[in-house]
Design a protein around this ligand. Structure first.
Ligand code: FAD
Ligand code: NDP
Length: 511
């Protein structure tokens, strides 16, 4: 869908979608939200707080391996939350092994062992508490929560089916599509032995030796925490890591993983998986995408496919609603105001075309939409300069453009960069110069910051703050004029001197 200019008039017009079905009072609900994930929950609660009569349907179809979970969507159950907790488990292990002894702790790295069942069950208990908290907060905000699967009968009418197959019908003045996405899996013989990110966090057995297929966010994060908790993880990567990110940063993140125990099989894809009848282990036949040579890897205890996600739009009978889908991605085209081609049907979160599959984006869009529809709000969600962090063992945070995208957009750019070693890594003599940050600036516009990238511990925390500066259109001079906090990792951003164009080394010799 064409996203035209954002003007005051366009914002106002977007909030008065025509009621094609008749008088508002004749509908069961003012707003019916399909999907109780990050976006749907945020919009439903905000709309109800503003006085709308709101219902929300959330229903989780079990994964092909039978994993299912409660209210809250991907982030809470099988995404950000369990992933970050398992990343934290890995960081604790690495710190105990590699750092604690040099700070005087009497730990024997050789005897350290992570108990998967304790980690899994504590994570799952926490998730269940969040599931409970979400249903309680919907109740307290006066949103009717329905544990049903919703499909369209016509643009204002939905059929709701519960887990027993019982169907009811409701009508709504407006409908919000917030159905998110689910992982795709491998389409090869033996696919039934493969798990996805929908299963790994709930896995009742220890994942053990794991082959992770894919090389983007999910693949690298999962392989990273598995290595960190002492499991053997191998990443099978068919092309480049972290497509779409700054290539130099992506390679640095992968190099660090490789140096710290994760194995990489490059340029290959799996072609068949077989399970040993005696011990249940898996062997993976693979093919090199260029040479077509084949080989076999294994044994593995787990094969995890992290090969992308697809939007949950195929089974909700959108044809009956009139909402058009993108022909290849299956995502929902929307305008700046989250409107689909049907004026009273909106879409947010992972299902929208040209959006960003990130929780805070879905939440922002949901809240802003409710505010525009029910309170005359003017805020529009901007899908550019959104910060993000890949929670690899050494975190990679960024906001703004990659070097490749900046060069394509502006032609000439300048990059200020530095390698560094956090103070905390000095006593244990951890990797010199593995950490790295760069500011990409536009020399034709007062050295305005157009990209910030950092590979370091706690990169997410640092990048979040830098995102504010980038949003405020800060320049390199603003960073130079800012006084650092010593001793921190982030302080280096205030003293960046070495430019890439100078060819001088960005490596540091000391503290
Ligand atoms: P979802 O959260 O997916 O919610 C959609 C809900 O709708 C689901 O509960 C679904 O079951 C339900 N549903 C679907 N169809 C129907 C129907 N017809 N009727 C009723 N209910 C239905 N993002 C970050 O910002 N940071 C991270 O660190 C991060 N880590 C991630 C890690 C992993 C492993 C994954 C997979 C994703 C991660 N994400 C992360 C992305 C983030 O989880 C998503 O962007 C976010 O959850 C999208 O929210 P949503 O509201 O669009 O959909
Ligand atoms: P992506 O679509 O980003 O990446 C898919 C990966 O799988 C690519 O490396 C791709 O390789 C590879 N691949 C695809 N098909 C095959 C195949 N048949 N065989 C082998 N490899 C294959 O998906 P993700 O699931 O990693 O992430 C989805 C989204 O979820 C992200 O875009 C992000 O927005 C969100 N997310 C956010 C996180 C965060 O904020 N920290 C964490 C996790 C997810 P190729 O490049 O060659 O196509």
């Amino acid at each position: 869908m064409h996203r035209g200019p954002i003007t005051e008039a366009a914002i106002a017009a977007a909030a008065v979608d025509p009621d094609i079905g008749g008088a508002a009072a004749s509908y069961d609900w003012d707003l019916f939200v399909i999907g109780g994930g990050s976006g749907g929950l945020a919009c439903a609660k905000a709309a109800a707080e503003l006085g709308a009569r709101v219902a929300l349907a959330d229903f989780v179809k079990p994964s092909p391996q039978g994993t299912k979970w409660g209210l809250g969507g991907t982030c809470v159950n099988v995404g950000c939350i369990p992933k970050k907790l398992m990343h934290t488990a890995a960081l604790h292990g690495e710190a105990m092994k590699h750092m604690a002894p040099s700070f005087g702790w009497n730990v024997d790295p050789a005897t350290l062992k992570l108990d998967w069942e304790t980690l899994r069950s504590n994570v799952c208990d926490y998730i269940r508490s969040l599931n409970f908290g979400y249903s309680a907060s919907l109740r307290s905000k006066n949103v009717k929560y329905l544990n049903v699967y919703a499909r369209f009968q016509d643009p204002h009418t939905l059929e709701l089916e519960d887990k027993n197959g019982t169907k009811t019908v409701v009508t709504a003045r407006r409908v919000l599509l917030a159905t998110g996405g689910r992982p795709t899996t491998l389409d090869i013989p033996g696919r039934e032995h493969v798990i996805t990110s929908d299963d790994i966090f709930f896995l009742e057995r220890d994942p053990g030796r794991t082959l992770v297929v894919g090389a983007s966010y999910v693949a690298l994060e999962c392989a990273g925490f598995l290595t960190g908790i002492g499991r053997t993880a191998t990443v099978m990567m068919r092309s480049i890591p972290l497509r779409g990110f700054d290539a130099d940063m992506a390679n640095r993140a992968v190099d660090f993983m490789e140096q710290h125990g994760t194995a990489f099989v490059r340029g290959c894809v799996p072609v068949a998986i077989t399970k040993d009848a005696t011990d249940g282990t898996l062997r993976v036949e693979y093919e090199n995408v260029s040479t077509k040579e084949r080989g076999v890897l294994g044994p593995y205890d787990t094969v995890l496919a992290a090969v992308g996600r697809k939007p949950e739009t195929a089974a909700i009978h959108l044809d009956k609603s009139g909402v058009r889908l993108h022909p290849t991605s299956g995502k929902v085209p929307t305008d700046h105001f989250e409107r689909t081609n049907v004026p009273h049907i909106y879409a947010i979160g992972d299902i929208i075309e040209d959006g960003l599959e990130l929780t805070p984006v879905a939440i922002h869009a949901g809240r802003a939409l409710a505010d525009r529809l029910y309170a005359g709000g003017k805020t529009v969600t901007e899908y550019r300069s959104v910060p993000t962090t890949v929670f690899t063992p050494l975190e990679y945070g960024c906001v703004g453009l990659s070097e490749e995208a900046a060069t394509e957009k502006f032609g000439i750019i300048e990059v200020y960069h530095t390698n560094f070693k956090p103070l905390e890594w000095q006593l244990p003599h951890l990797d010199d110069n593995a950490c790295y940050m760069k500011l990409i600036v536009n020399p034709m516009d007062s050295e305005r910051i157009i990209g910030f990238h950092i590979l370091a511990p706690n990169a997410g925390e640092i990048t979040q703050a830098v995102a504010v500066a980038v949003r405020c259109r800060a320049t390199k001079a603003d960073f130079d004029a800012t006084i650092g906090i010593h001793p921190t990792i982030a302080e280096d951003m205030t003293t960046l001197k070495v430019t890439k164009s100078s060819g001088a080394s960005a490596e540091k010799a000391g503290c």
